[in-house]
Ligand binder design. Structure first.
Ligand code: NAI
Length: 333
């Protein structure tokens, strides 16, 4: 019997291609994992089984750990987001998205090493939207004290555990005085309990300008759901793009690891997708499972392939396809 059983949701679009590549690399690295493959996403919804079937949720609850490929959500109508459903049903309240320069990958900035902590269950993602008149739509932004405190505690505890120096709360409390005001106040209160981690705050528009000018000044950023979603894509762009940006959704009873990017319909099924973001999410998953040696081995092999630059995907200015890239990593392993 394998040491770990992990739920794998390949997802939509490029999901199955990159999931297969990651499974292959994990196997080559000797990760002792049995994959419990489960459905979720648009294809599953269109087949009449719902966007996030009960069996998939049960599998994650049983295994406590999942690796998830991206899932498609239609724009302006159609089915609910598989991600929002998953995060709400499993109460995966903290979304951690590191943005760090990867050795071997040339980007516009050096010295970027920050972590986004995105509140994952509230804000406009509570999904409460309606038409109040034929031409007037309303979307409710829900921010609670409890939801803000627990994500702030997560950000500070994570910072302490990783030896990080500073948490910055990113908000728009000058305009959203009550909702973002509550989020900010919760961070100010929690900060008092963590004297070893510095705390400050910044308005989200200024944060964006600072991030694209001097990103190296930031350490850990804690944001409400919507700003976290947007700013984490911006941060992915600082360190090589969506193809290399990993993430983790953490809750009290389970953890789901997934890339920041979506299902990339423009390149799906063509064997062009970069599996790095899902692979690095898998590395975060191995660290979560305390398989640090295997995680480090995979990271080193990835860095070696990126540094050589001979077998990298198109988004990184190479010519290799998904599987040639994965095979090059396997060869290093
Ligand atoms: P996207 O992230 O799928 O793609 C944006 C651009 O980045 C595209 O040009 C795409 O080709 C490129 N890209 C993304 N991942 C890549 C990879 N691994 N390798 C190479 N290039 C990559 O964003 P988009 O197009 O806005 O969304 C497409 C779908 O994905 C939508 O239905 C959206 O709702 C969904 N989505 C799902 C997420 C998830 O499941 N966690 C997250 C974000 C979006």
């Amino acid at each position: 019997m394998a040491k770990h059983t992990v739920t794998l949701i390949p997802g939509d679009g490029i999901g199955p291609e990159i999931a297969e590549a990651v499974q292959k690399i994990m196997k080559a690295a000797g990760a002792d994992i049995q994959w419990d493959v489960a459905e979720g996403g648009e294809a599953c919804a269109l087949a009449g089984r719902g966007v996030m079937p009960e069996e998939t949720l049960a599998s994650i609850k049983r295994n406590k750990v999942a690796l998830k490929g991206p899932t498609t959500t239609p724009t302006g109508g159609g089915h609910q987001s598989a991600n929002v459903t998953l995060r709400k049903r499993l109460d995966l309240y903290a979304n951690t998205r590191p943005a760090k320069n990867i050795p071997g990958l040339k980007t516009r900035f050096d010295g970027v090493d920050l972590i986004i902590v995105r509140e994952n269950t509230e804000d406009t993602y509570a999904g409460i939207e309606h038409m109040v008149a034929p031409n007037v739509a309303q979307c409710l932004k829900i921010i609670t004290w409890e939801g803000s405190v627990r994500v702030a505690e997560y950000a500070f505890e994570m910072s302490r555990n990783l030896g990080r120096k500073r948490v910055t709360c990113v908000h728009k409390a000058n305009i959203h005085k009550l909702s973002d005001g509550l989020f900010l106040k919760a961070h100010e209160e929690v900060a008092k309990r963590f004297s070893d981690v510095a705390f400050d705050s910044i308005i989200v528009d200024n944060a964006c300008m600072q991030l694209v000018s001097r990103p190296e000044q930031f350490d850990v950023l804690s944001l409400p759901n919507l700003y976290g979603d947007i700013v984490s894509d911006l941060c992915a762009g600082l360190v090589g793009g969506l193809g290399v940006a990993p993430g983790a959704n953490i809750g009290t009873t389970g953890a789901v690891f997934e890339a920041v990017h979506g299902s990339a319909p423009d390149i799906a099924g063509k064997g062009l997708a970069n599996p790095t973001a899902l692979l690095l999410s898998g590395v975060m998953m191995l660290q979560h499972l305390k398989e640090n040696a295997t995680a480090t081995r995979i990271e080193k092999a990835l860095i070696a392939v990126l540094s050589e630059g001979k077998h990298v995907t198109r988004d990184l200015k190479g010519t290799a396809g998904t599987h040639a890239f994965a095979d090059a990593i396997c060869a290093k392993l």
